[in-house]
Design a binder for this molecule. Structure first.
Ligand SMILES: NC(=O)c1ccc[n+]([C@@H]2O[C@H](COP(=O)([O-])OP(=O)(O)OC[C@H]3O[C@@H](n4cnc5c(N)ncnc54)[C@H](OP(=O)(O)O)[C@@H]3O)[C@@H](O)[C@H]2O)c1
Length: 273
């Protein structure tokens, strides 16, 4: 029989082992050696000299995404596909290519979609701006046709900016169209397909949208935790889209909700799998 001293020594060793294990668990994947660090992932991505296109780069989310792409210098070639040519003053934009297309005859512009490894779609309008028919035309038909051309053109990773609550069986036109287009793009079977479903986008919108303005003001009065569950700054969204892109994934399709967008957009060092 071991004496009380031997027992307490054994218990002490066990306690230390449990504490060490708990500390490792606490530190978790964030500091584990197996998790690649974000700067390294970005460097690895850059080395591949990929090409990207952005649809909707003149919009509130698209323009912040473009700025972030240029700041991080992630791609060898950056192309904007839109209905009008954009003008940029800053030096950083001087190598940005622009393809001006007629979205009503997108087939005629298939070449604009050729040879891009990655695509981002931040296209969209509103019912109040375009009417119900016009909204469906842009948010479903233009998006889907663009995705089809991108797929034929060799795009491997398609990123769709959708919306919180997207659901193809919803009774609300907005959410129904968002869910429907998500599913239709999914049928194209890109190697990787990432869907982003943010809540209300927080930005300083130039265009007057009283409804959105009111919602943003309302969020301003709410506790941070509640507001951040239902909204996200466009800068966080843009960083989340890029942080997600540089981390390898074995999932063919992934849906990133508002919370995942916040988490990913805030990541600076190490990313969770
Ligand atoms: N606003 C929100 O709170 C919110 C929340 C969740 C999800 N979303 C979704 O996120 C996406 C981007 O939103 P956002 O607020 O960044 O958009 P935005 O500022 O309204 O920009 C929309 C983009 O789509 C283009 N576009 C609009 N109508 C077009 C047309 N008829 N033909 C060709 N291009 C057209 C615009 O180009 P022009 O500059 O030439 O007009 C612009 O580049 C949308 O799909 C939206 O539904 C928005």
């Amino acid at each position: 029989m071991p004496g009380p001293a031997a027992l307490s020594a054994g218990a002490a060793v066990a306690l230390v082992a449990v504490l060490l294990l708990a500390r490792r668990e606490e530190a978790g994947p964030e500091t584990g050696p197996s998790k690649p660090k974000l700067p390294k992932l970005r460097e690895d991505f850059k080395m591949q000299n990929k090409s990207v296109f952005i649809l909707g780069a003149s919009g509130e989310s698209g323009k912040v995404l473009l700025k972030e792409i240029l700041e991080q210098n992630l791609f060898a070639r950056v192309t904007l596909i839109g209905r009008r040519k954009l003008t940029f003053e800053e030096e950083a934009y001087k190598n940005v290519n622009q393809e001006v297309v007629d979205f009503e005859k997108l087939e005629d512009y298939a070449s604009a979609f050729q040879g891009h490894d990655v695509g981002f779609c931040c296209l969209g309008t509103t019912r109040s701006k375009a009417g119900a028919e016009g909204f469906v035309r842009v948010d479903r038909d233009y998006v889907l046709k663009s995705a089809e051309l991108a797929k034929s053109g060799g795009c491997k990773h398609f990123n769709l900016l959708s919306s919180k609550g997207a659901d193809k069986s919803s009774n609300f036109l907005y959410l129904q169209v968002k869910g429907d287009v998500e599913a239709r793009v999914g049928e194209l079977k890109f190697d990787r397909y990432s869907i982003f479903r943010p809540g209300v986008l927080l930005c300083n919108r130039q265009e007057s949208r009283p409804g959105e303005w009111l919602i943003r003001k309302f969020f301003g009065f709410l506790p941070d935790s509640w507001a951040s569950g239902h909204s996200v700054p466009v800068s966080t969204l843009a960083r989340a889209m890029l942080n997600n892109m540089v981390r390898p994934s074995d999932k063919q399709m992934e849906i990133l909700d508002n919370k995942a967008i916040h988490d990913l957009g805030k990541a600076h060092g190490v990313l969770k799998p």
